[in-house]
Write a protein that binds this ligand. Structure first.
Ligand code: LYS
Length: 299
């Protein structure tokens, strides 16, 4: 049984489709606190961090949209995640778009010398201001966390990188930009695309992933789960859906295997956009996955 601290991050500054700032409400509405309490965890919902109005920017950097806003939010979130860890609690963060991972990882990296990260996502989120096709920072958080990108994002809480590239595993990728492909090769990041998931099955993928992180002797494990990692059939309420994704059952299996590994020390669930959703289906899936991740079983 764990002490779990929930932090909501109601931001949509990492991309351009409005509504993902309502993600934390949608996930709470879907009953996350009750779900965790029902399996015996002690839950402290810290509420949402303050996300300010858009700044009056003098100049717009087309390669780094809403940079100032993202820096502010990442800094606040990093500090809060840091505090939760000081209190020896498990940080469970709700987005918001995936740019929030910059802050989450900035808060985690100081506590773990050899943190492992599982990046469950349709995308690699490894763009830099030089390679981004969109200028949206939610396509960059993994690059930032391994130390690549805008200096002020990379240096949140004054250290970098937050995680070693060889301690990162991407699962579910099926939309990877040319610059990201190059980084994956160059940085030795482990990726299980949909191809490997189809071929090996989720059981083997997760067994391999967990064994790899154990071999690397990680001292903590963060799950960064973008709901667009699943097929849009199950999670339609996301800003950048890509067909051919991970199934509902495969996702649950992945969560159950992470739970069984006993390695997980933090998690975040991002990109739930209730405006694009169907009757809060995507938040319901998020909460169901959180149930499995925290030890819910069928019988
Ligand atoms: N790779 C695209 C970009 O950089 C999409 C990223 C989607 C992130 N959730 O904009």
């Amino acid at each position: 049984k764990q002490q779990v601290s929930i932090i909501g991050v109601p931001t949509d500054y990492g991309q351009t489709r409005r509504g993902v700032d309502m993600g934390p409400s949608a996930i709470r509405y879907a009953g996350v606190v009750e779900r965790l309490e029902a399996i015996g965890h002690e839950v402290h919902d810290q509420g949402d961090i303050l996300v300010s109005q858009k700044h009056d920017s003098k100049e717009i950097d087309k390669q780094l949209l809403n940079l100032e806003e993202v820096i502010d939010i990442s800094t606040t979130l990093a500090n809060q995640v840091h505090e939760v860890l000081e209190q020896k609690k498990f940080p469970l963060v709700f987005g918001g778009d995936h740019s929030i991972a910059i802050g989450t990882l900035a808060g985690l990296g100081e506590h773990f010398q050899n943190l492992g990260v599982i990046w469950f996502d349709a995308h690699a989120d490894l763009n830099t201001p030089e390679t981004t096709p969109s200028g949206n920072i939610h396509g960059m958080p993994l690059a930032v966390s391994i130390g690549l990108g805008h200096e002020r994002l990379v240096k949140i809480r004054n250290y970098a990188p937050k995680v070693k590239p060889e301690n990162v595993i991407i699962i579910g990728a099926r939309s990877v930009d040319p610059g990201e492909r190059e980084l994956i090769r160059q940085q030795g990041i482990k990726v299980y695309t949909m191809h490997e998931i189809d071929r090996l099955g989720m059981t083997r993928v997760m067994e391999d992933a967990i064994a790899y992180l154990q071999e690397r002797k990680v001292d903590g494990l963060h799950l960064s789960l973008d709901l667009d990692g699943l097929d849009p059939l199950y999670t339609p309420g996301v800003g950048t859906p890509v067909p051919g994704g991970i199934s509902y059952r495969e996702s649950h299996l992945a969560m159950e295997m992470l739970q069984e590994s006993g390695m997980l020390t933090s998690a975040e669930f991002v990109e739930v956009n209730p405006i694009l959703d169907e009757k809060n289906k995507t938040a319901d899936v998020a909460v169901a996955l959180i149930g499995s991740l925290f030890g819910e079983t069928l019988v």
